[in-house]
Structure formats: structure tokens, C-alpha cells
Ligand binder design. Structure first.
Ligand code: FA5
Length: 336
């Protein structure tokens, strides 16, 4: 039978395919077995010599062996492709758990000096019995101005150099120009007695110079209780200045004006060279502000203050220029 020698060759080829080490050997085996001048072609041509009655049967058997041989070739190719893939994956593998040998000590960063000042301020006031409150950085005219007794015709609005946000009615939505709106938010929600501080970022269209930044930080303080006086305010400021600086820094109050406090004052602290730096404003909470929050000014009084945290940090570290804080020069920042 012509197919028999092909079947024997195919069985032998199957064994060789199973152990073929590369694609070229597979191609050579395929050519030899199934190609144009192969054992298959030879077997096919010899079918023609057979008795016509035997041809169909011989042809069927030959095709079956051929199909099996072709499948064996395809399987060998797939086996080699799979192992080539895994070899490539192994070569490309990244060991993400690898630890490089440490040649120099790791350098740790630390909190920004202004953040350190803010944390320290919170600690000082928490130590005095205050809790910490927060408010949003984008505010409405009601919270930033109106509830604070600054109606839209009031000239004090001009002094805040407000940065408005293009949302809603013109000049209705803004980046808060001070932390005083947090006073209103707290009094809206809590009943007196209230003792809070509210540190946070504030924004003004101020040109940066040695003592101004367009985005800076303030801390607001609010104390509402029965029988609070200006003396309590002065004592609180004194106490905090001493606790914050831990050294002899003098503070002074100067009469001033804010629509939301009456009487109002500005307070300065002394620099090492004897000059004064304005730190913030303060005063007794205006009765209109208490009324705007549903608090009866006949029963409750309070004081409020607000000052610049960046300015405090400048003082604490005796830095000449507040802009150093936002230059992000690691050589400068790593000193603190
Ligand atoms: C106010 O913002 C009032 N809300 C403070 C206040 C609160 C008064 C409660 C009464 C009762 P003033 O505009 O003066 O006030 O700002 C307060 C402080 O923020 C300034 O003294 C200064 O320390 C700081 N400050 C103001 N503008 C800047 C700026 N551009 N860069 C850095 N610090 C600033």
C-alpha cells in the first residue's frame, strides 16, 4: 500500500516534532513530510497505480494521516511560540520588590515652615481651650462680607482687594479674602459659648512684596460667652504671643476700624530690631454680626481676631522676605 510508508514516516515525524527545539527544524520536518517533493506527494502519486476499487479507501486513509501530520506540525509551532513568549516575558520582567543597596542615607522631607506655624498655633489655642473650625476657600458675598456687617455699598469692601470667581451673579462668589466668614459659619451652627480658631488659606489681588502674598494664610479666633470684655481679648493675644514665640516678643494694640468689630484694633508685634510688624486685626464682635447669626447681643458678647500665619512664621524665623516661602527652594526650606 503506498500510504503505509507515508504513515510510518508521519509517525516518525510526529516524534521528531514533539522534541524539535526550534522553528527551523519544524519547517524542515514539514517540508520533508508534506511539501511539494515530500513523502506525501510521493504516496499520492502512487495511489494512481492502485486498482481503481482500492483507490478511494487508500486516498481516505492517506488524507487522515496527512491531517494528523498537519496538526502535529501546528502543535509544534504553537509549543515553540509559547516557550518563546515565556522566555521574552522572563527577560522583560521587572522586579518591583527589588531594593537597591543604600549608598547614601535617605533624606527625609519635613513640613513647610508655614504649616509648622499653623500646627503650632492650633496647639497653642487648643491648650487654651479652643477647638479648631474650618470653612470653604470659595465663599459667597453673604459670608465674606454681608453677614460681617459689610453691605455692598460699604467702602471697606474695597480694602479687601477681593478676587471674584466667575460664577453666579457678578461679585457674588469669591475666593475668601479673610478667614472671618468662618465666624459666621460657626455661629450659624453652634450655640454659645463658642471658643474656636479657624486657620486657612485666604486670597487677595495683592502684589507680592516683602510682606505680602496674593495667597496667604490667616487664623481667625472667635470667643462668644457671657461678660467677655476687651481685657479678655488683650490678655488672650498676650498669652498666645508668649506661648507661640517662647521668647520676649512685645505686642501692642492700635485703635483701628473693622465693620464687624466694635471697638476694633490692630495688633503689632515687636521685631528684634525694635520695629513693629502688623500681625492682624481684632475687636469686640459687632452686635449686628451676632444678630445676623441669631445670637442675642444683650445676652452674649465676644471678641474676634484674625492674623497672618505667614507673617508669624516670618517673625519666628527672622526671615527678611515673605516671598521666600513660595519660591520652593529646598536649600531655603530645609533650614527650618
Ligand atoms: C482682616 O482680614 C480681618 N478679617 C481681621 C479681623 C478678624 C479683624 C477678626 C477683626 C476681627 P486685615 O485685612 O488687616 O484684616 O488682615 C489681617 C492680617 O492678615 C494682616 O495683618 C496680615 O498679617 C495678614 N495679611 C493681609 N494681607 C496679606 C498679604 N497679602 N500677605 C500676607 N499676609 C497678609
Amino acid at each position: 500500500m503506498p500510504g503505509d510508508s507515508f504513515a510510518a514516516a508521519a509517525a516518525d515525524a510526529e516524534k521528531r516534532l514533539a522534541s524539535a527545539a526550534d522553528l527551523e527544524s519544524v519547517a524542515a520536518i514539514e517540508r520533508d513530510l508534506l511539501g511539494r517533493r515530500s513523502k506525501l506527494t510521493d504516496a499520492k502519486s502512487r495511489i494512481g497505480d492502485l486498482d481503481p476499487a482500492e483507490r478511494a479507501d487508500a486516498g481516505r486513509r492517506l488524507n487522515a494521516v496527512r491531517d494528523r501530520a498537519e496538526a502535529a506540525v501546528a502543535a509544534a509551532r504553537e509549543r515553540l511560540a509559547a516557550s518563546a513568549r515565556s522566555a521574552r516575558y522572563a527577560a522583560e520582567r521587572l522586579d518591583l520588590t527589588e531594593r537597591l543597596p543604600q549608598t547614601a542615607p535617605l533624606r527625609r522631607g519635613h513640613l513647610h515652615p508655614v504649616t509648622q506655624a499653623r500646627d503650632r498655633l492650633e496647639d497653642v489655642f487648643v491648650g487654651m481651650g479652643y477647638t479648631v473650625a474650618e470653612g470653604p476657600e470659595v465663599e459667597s458675598a453673604w459670608y465674606n462680607f454681608e453677614a460681617l456687617n459689610i453691605p455692598d455699598w460699604h467702602p471697606a469692601r474695597g480694602s479687601f482687594d477681593t478676587i471674584f470667581v466667575n460664577l453666579g451673579e457678578p461679585e457674588e462668589v469669591m475666593l475668601r479674602s479673610h478667614t472671618s466668614p468662618v465666624q459666621i459659619r460657626v455661629m450659624d451652627q453652634r450655640k454659645p459659648p463658642i471658643y474656636i480658631v479657624a486657620p486657612g488659606r485666604t486670597f487677595r489681588a495683592d502684589t507680592a512684596d516683602a510682606t505680602h502674598l496674593p495667597a496667604f494664610n490667616q487664623i481667625e479666633g472667635l470667643a462668644i460667652d457671657r461678660n467677655i470684655t476687651m481685657g479678655d481679648l488683650a490678655g488672650t493675644i498676650d498669652e498666645f504671643v508668649r506661648a507661640f514665640f517662647g521668647r520676649e516678643v512685645k505686642s501692642r494694640l492700635r485703635p483701628s476700624y473693622f465693620p464687624f468689630t466694635e471697638p476694633s484694633a490692630e495688633f503689632d508685634i515687636s521685631r528684634p530690631d525694635g520695629s513693629w510688624l502688623e500681625l492682624g486685626g481684632c475687636g469686640m464682635v459687632h452686635p449686628n454680626v451676632l444678630r445676623n447669626c441669631g445670637i442675642d447681643p444683650e445676652q452674649w458678647q465676644g471678641f474676634a481676631f484674625g492674623f497672618g500665619i505667614d507673617r508669624l512664621a516670618v517673625m519666628r524665623h527672622e526671615i527678611d522676605d515673605i516671598r521666600e516661602f513660595v519660591n520652593n527652594d529646598v536649600r531655603f526650606l530645609s533650614q527650618f
